[in-house]
Write a protein that binds this ligand. Structure first.
Ligand code: OFO
Length: 162
């Protein structure tokens, strides 16, 4: 039942990636707030919070499996973007990187027949489908409205309702 050193390391790396995702989204939240897009900023604040919850879930899983949690160094992140579309495209790319990382840990857990970790990770596989879809939908919407400022304000107000 105990985690192998390799799997423990992969899960600890993922804890860092989840905190890093929170840091990335917090930078986006700060930019969106500066840009006057209060709804999008509040949406991104919730996204930041969600990533902190993901990090905590990985921490709890490592602890439950009698592993040792290591909090690795998290990279600094930017707080400047060109516009909402650039933010969403960067966020989508980040989620794709997270999906790949989770799939790789799942491969490892399956190869080691570490079923408890496999079950834990599968919830994140589902979560990633939702995360990627929601960013893709937002990118399509923002591309659709183009330079229409009234449309942008409407989208911003919709995002504030998350
Ligand atoms: Fe946005 O993803 Fe965490 O896991």
């Amino acid at each position: 039942m105990k985690l192998s050193k390799k799997l423990e390391k992969a899960l600890n790396d993922q804890i860092r990636k989840e905190y890093e995702a929170a840091y990335v989204y917090n930078g986006m939240r700060i930019y969106l707030d500066d840009a006057g897009l209060r709804g999008a900023s509040s949406w991104m604040a919730k996204q930041t919070q969600e990533e902190l919850e993901h990090a905590e879930a990985f921490i709890q899983h490592v602890k439950s499996m009698d592993g040792k949690v290591i909090l690795e160094k998290v990279e600094g992140q930017k707080t400047d973007y060109k516009d909402l579309l650039e933010v969403l495209e960067a966020a989508y790319k980040h989620e794709q990187m997270i999906t790949k990382s989770i799939s790789e840990i799942l491969d490892l857990a399956m190869a080691e027949k570490q079923y408890a970790t496999e079950n834990f990770l599968r919830k994140f596989v589902d979560e990633q489908v939702e995360e990627e879809e929601s960013f893709r939908d937002l990118i399509d919407l923002v591309k659709f409205i183009g330079n229409d400022k009234a449309g942008l304000l409407k989208v911003d107000s919709g995002l504030g309702k998350r």
